[in-house]
Write a protein that binds this ligand. Structure first.
Ligand code: EPU
Length: 320
């Protein structure tokens, strides 16, 4: 969205151990709140200086195959020299038959586009539906990113999180309860995940991705500055099956604006920044939309985007 102010403190750990150390150091020094920043695709940051610390996962970029040849995940990870930041899988990733164990380990900061490219090149199907989502693995798992063609958690086998006490925990899929746009991890921060795919021909994966992307590009303002969908789709029984975008359009809120923040004409559930919007403009517009929809349809829209602002009673950790 390109609005919002600055972080008082920013930390950029380079690996999961540094991530853990960063969190512990902040807790020990009483620096709060701690906010975890993934790709930032679904966050609205208030104007001004954001108190506390932001820990960005941007450098936690690795994606690799677990146990290729029988090693543990740690060994497989250690084998990758330096920062693994390649466009396509390295020779080390494809030296045996990738279909034998169609899984990937990705660290929190791995971008979803990079993860999808890697999966496609290995012939791993399951995440095609989130093509075009610009965030990171950590944010995608925390929010259960997705849409009409599937959700992030469709492929999650287990998640490694940092608990409130600063300890790593591995959560199996069976012990988690992700729901619509919510990974259900509470205040536990995603460090990485093991993802399980289904082997498929690369061409088939590519075709599905292209088809979804074409459809999405037709209905969403993909090149404009936005934070994706602003509101969650309400439960069908509350909205008669209408999506947030439909409710916004029907309530006549399309085209409303506040400063340079404007409701997209292409998709009512997107607010776009025409250039000089500030966060206050976006927040005001969100409230105007919510009121329009409530008055016209009786449905109260709930935020899908996460808002980062200084709260008077701040001191608790938040994550996204
Ligand atoms: N529609 C309208 N007017 C609008 C916008 C949409 O009538 O202004 C109608 C469409 O014609 C369609 C229905 O509403 O019949 C649903 O629209 P769409 O297919 O665009 O899907 P959505 O429910 O609005 C969800 C996700 C998107 C994801 C798409 C496609 C939510 C809140 N949104 O959108 O995710 O990209 O499906 O998979 O769940 C995001 O999470 O940020 C996001 C953009």
């Amino acid at each position: 969205m390109r609005v919002g102010g600055q972080a008082e403190l920013l930390l950029e750990p380079k690996n999961p151990d540094e991530f853990q150390k960063a969190c512990k150091a902040c807790v020990e020094r009483g620096i709060a709140p701690i906010r975890i920043l993934g790709g930032g695709a679904n966050i609205l940051v208030a104007d001004g200086v954001l108190r506390g610390v932001v820990i960005a996962t941007a450098c936690l970029q690795r994606v690799f195959r677990p146990g290729a040849g029988g090693e543990s995940e740690e060994e497989a990870s250690a084998e990758m020299p330096g920062e693994f930041d390649m466009e396509l899988p390295s020779a080390a990733m494809v030296q045996d038959d990738p279909a034998r164990d169609p899984r990937l380990v990705a660290w929190a900061g791995c971008t979803l586009p990079k993860l999808l490219r890697t999966a496609r090149e290995l012939g791993y199907s399951g995440l095609e539906g989130i093509v075009g989502v610009p965030g990171s693995l950590g944010g995608g798992v925390a929010m259960n990113a997705g849409g009409r063609w599937g959700d992030m958690w469709d492929v999650v086998e287990s998640v490694r999180v940092l608990g409130a006490g600063g300890e790593f925990k591995d959560l199996a899929r069976a012990d988690c309860t992700p729901t619509y746009r919510n990974g259900g991890l509470g205040n536990e921060w995603v460090v990485g995940a093991v993802l399980k795919f289904e082997p498929k021909p690369r061409l088939q994966i590519q075709e599905a991705m292209s088809e979804y992307l074409i459809t999405k590009n037709k209905v969403q303002p993909v090149t404009a500055w936005s934070a994706g969908c602003i509101f969650k789709n309400p439960p069908a029984e509350v909205s008669d099956g209408r999506s947030a975008g439909q409710l916004i359009e029907q309530s006549g809120a399309k085209g409303l604006s506040c400063g340079d923040a404007e409701v997209s004409e292409r998709h009512g559930n997107f607010i776009v920044n025409r250039g000089k919007a500030c966060a206050a403009d976006v927040f005001e517009l969100m409230e105007a939309i919510r009121k329009h929809v409530l008055d016209a349809t009786g449905v109260e829209l709930e935020n899908e985007v996460k808002i980062w602002r200084n709260e008077p009673d701040e001191g608790e950790s938040q994550s996204s």
